[in-house]
Write a protein that binds this ligand. Structure first.
Ligand SMILES: Cc1ncc(COP(=O)(O)O)c(C=O)c1O
Length: 244
């Protein structure tokens, strides 16, 4: 008898959670465009609002701060390119971006593409355990800092990064702070609402799709400071938060 294989590649994707299956099946049975002013559209809009509120409470956010994206790659792109282009245009004195050397390539490669737009991109080293070198980060985080992006949990080593310290250092010099929490949210209570809300990151990438829902990753943009990162998602108004 061939034993059933045991799935262990949880950093890549998770098996479908029964709750996610039930919710998705129920939504697929109720077609409607959430932007349409008819009964089906209103029902779809209500479903989106319920989902938005659930995700917001999971990460200690308010519903108006949530933007749904197709995956963590898009959320990271939006957090870096969307925000930086908008903020850099208005604030030329800041043009430094710090990422850790072990970020996911959706952060590293996006940051690299910004070099051609006059952004100075610095990869901060990690120590031999794969954790951010906080002393090096502190030296790099000066008044030139526009944004720092440090992941919460590394997708290859599982190292938990000292993001509370990094966020405090970035905010101390007036920079924005983004954390890619794709590997953290939902995996442990301490990785969810308490940790992401208390680090006071300006932007948080959260991957609820790791639990098997259909590609429903979110980017949380904290109200203060309020980076204008929505311009690149103009046509998807129905998927955006209602104005507060
Ligand atoms: C830390 C991290 N960020 C970003 C991504 C990209 O996620 P997605 O496949 O949802 O675009 C992954 C994928 O595993 C990841 O582990």
């Amino acid at each position: 008898m061939i034993a059933r294989p045991i799935y262990l590649d949880g950093f890549a994707t998770q098996p479908l959670a029964p709750e996610a299956r039930t919710a998705m099946l129920s939504a697929w049975d109720r077609p409607g465009n959430a932007g349409s002013p008819n009964a089906a559209g209103e029902q779809a809009a209500a479903l989106v609002a319920t989902g938005r509120a659930a995700v917001a409470s999971l990460i200690g956010a308010s519903p108006g701060e949530i933007t749904f994206t197709s995956g963590a790659t898009e959320a990271n792109n939006l957090a870096l390119a969307g925000v930086l282009r908008a903020v850099h245009r208005a604030c030329h004195s800041r043009s430094r971006v710090i990422v850790s050397a072990v970020e996911h390539k959706s952060v590293l490669e996006t940051a690299d593409t910004l070099r051609s737009e006059g952004i100075e991109v610095i990869r901060c080293p990690v120590d031999k355990t794969g954790r951010l070198n906080v002393a090096a980060f502190a030296e790099l985080a000066d008044e030139r800092l526009l944004l720092a992006s440090i992941m919460l949990v590394n997708n290859e080593t599982g190292a938990i990064q000292p993001i509370a310290e990094a966020a405090a250092l970035a905010h101390r010099v007036g920079g924005l702070f983004h954390t890619d929490a794709a590997q953290a949210i939902g995996k442990s209570q301490s990785m969810s609402s308490s940790s992401t809300s208390t680090i006071s990151a300006s932007l948080v990438t959260s991957a609820t799709d790791r639990w098997g829902s259909v590609r429903s990753t979110v980017l949380q943009a904290r109200r203060r400071p309020t980076p204008s990162c929505m311009a690149v998602a103009k046509s998807a108004d129905y998927a955006r938060a209602p104005n507060p």
